[in-house]
Design a protein around this ligand. Structure first.
Ligand code: DQA
Length: 145
């Protein structure tokens, strides 16, 4: 096994498929997880694809990833704009951290323009829809491959 990649999704992303489809599209997280798994076929990398509506649970998952995962792909959702706790947890993780936003946060309300998490991200993908997750997986494979 080459390693494990954690994909971590923040609040309300469990509602993808029905949540504001004009912004986020109609695909579900399960659809995206399947496509990410396909990308990892034959690479030796394993995927843990998680979602939580709770800031503390996201922090717990990041702390566990310090020992268990080689890379984190995170869409912190609304916590992007407020969570120093998630930023601090990511700062303890030594592998690549890629931040994904389905929508182009820079093209939306001013309060979405700033993500605190970006201070620890090796790269940010925003506005590529759900495809952003696949692009992030490809980038992780390039970085760790
Ligand atoms: C989001 C953008 C955030 O501003 C928002 O709160 C989300 C989703 C995105 O993926 O575009 O929940 O992170």
């Amino acid at each position: 096994m080459a390693g494990r990649i954690l994909v971590l999704n923040g609040p309300n992303l469990n509602m993808m498929g029905t949540r504001e489809p004009e912004i986020y599209g109609t695909e579900t997280l399960a659809d995206v997880e399947k496509r990410c798994l396909t990308l990892l076929d034959g690479t030796g990398f394993e995927l843990d694809f998680k979602q939580s509506n709770h800031e503390g649970e996201l922090v717990d998952r990041i702390q566990q990833a310090i020992e268990a995962h080689q890379a984190i792909i995170i869409n912190p959702a609304a916590y992007s704009h407020s969570s120093i706790a998630i930023l601090d947890a990511l700062k303890m993780f030594s592998g690549p951290v890629l931040e994904v936003h389905i929508s182009n946060i820079h093209h939306r309300e001013a309060f979405r323009h700033k993500s605190l998490v970006t201070a620890r991200a090796n790269g940010v993908i925003a506005g590529f829809g759900m495809q952003g997750y696949e692009l992030a997986v490809q980038r992780v494979l390039r970085l760790l491959g």
